[in-house]
Design a binder for this molecule. Sequence first.
Ligand SMILES: C[S@@+](CC[C@H](N)C(=O)[O-])C[C@H]1O[C@@H](n2cnc3c(N)ncnc32)[C@H](O)[C@@H]1O
Length: 249
Amino acid sequence: MDELIDAAAAPYRNAGRFPWHFARGKLAHDPIFAELLTRGLIPDGAHVLDLGCGLGLLSSWLTAAQDLWRRAAWPAAWPKPPRLASYHGIEWVGREATRACEALKAGIVTCGDIRTSAFGAANVVAIFDVLHYIDCASQDGVLERVHEALTPRGGLLLLRIGDAAAGWRFQVTRLVDVLMTSIRRARWQRVHCRPLASWLARLDALGFDVAVAPMSDGTPFANVLLVARLPAADARSVVDGRRTTSSNT
Ligand SMILES: C[S@@+](CC[C@H](N)C(=O)[O-])C[C@H]1O[C@@H](n2cnc3c(N)ncnc32)[C@H](O)[C@@H]1O
């Protein structure tokens, strides 16, 4: 695990000391990165679209995992890591997008607003800790466009949210998030949080089959990973007449 964290953080040295330290800390302490691999959540040959990707850590993590696998340095108990067919990140803050490109590859992350940027084709969409920064109508708009991007071949949405119904753990999550983001941006950051049940209802209405995985191990937070699978369009119309197209949801 330490070798994987070091390898995934190493490219960020090219972007400066802060991005490198940040990458190491986040990869080591945020449980989602290891869970994606130990649960084998991302399929081989994935075309990944990472919305609100920050430094593009997911790309570096999966690439480093593949390298370790090829060098036979992979933990025997973990499933084979996925090979990335493509990765595209969209990030609002220009400085983060620039650092990601300096560290990883020119153009791998584009600076843009996920409310309006074109998504292109993908079969895996990752949105980790992002949607609460935009209002609820915009959240729904993004989810509808993710649904369109995954149609007609079907695919996977990995969406991590803070569960607004999770009591004091949610209050801690929100407080830390608002304080950290407001300090970094030098302006007060508003957030728009929803209870888990509301996210599930929204995804269900769009035709996703959703599994819920707590994603706060070792932290005081109320984060939940929604593993939302969208069957291919032709399979959907057979499986469930209620969910034939995005236009009737
Ligand atoms: C908490 S960070 C998570 C970064 C990344 N998903 C990760 O897990 O490492 C949230 C990111 O979402 C970005 N973001 C917020 N609103 C956005 C928007 N409307 N369009 C694109 N990115 C956005 C922020 O700039 C920030 O980098």
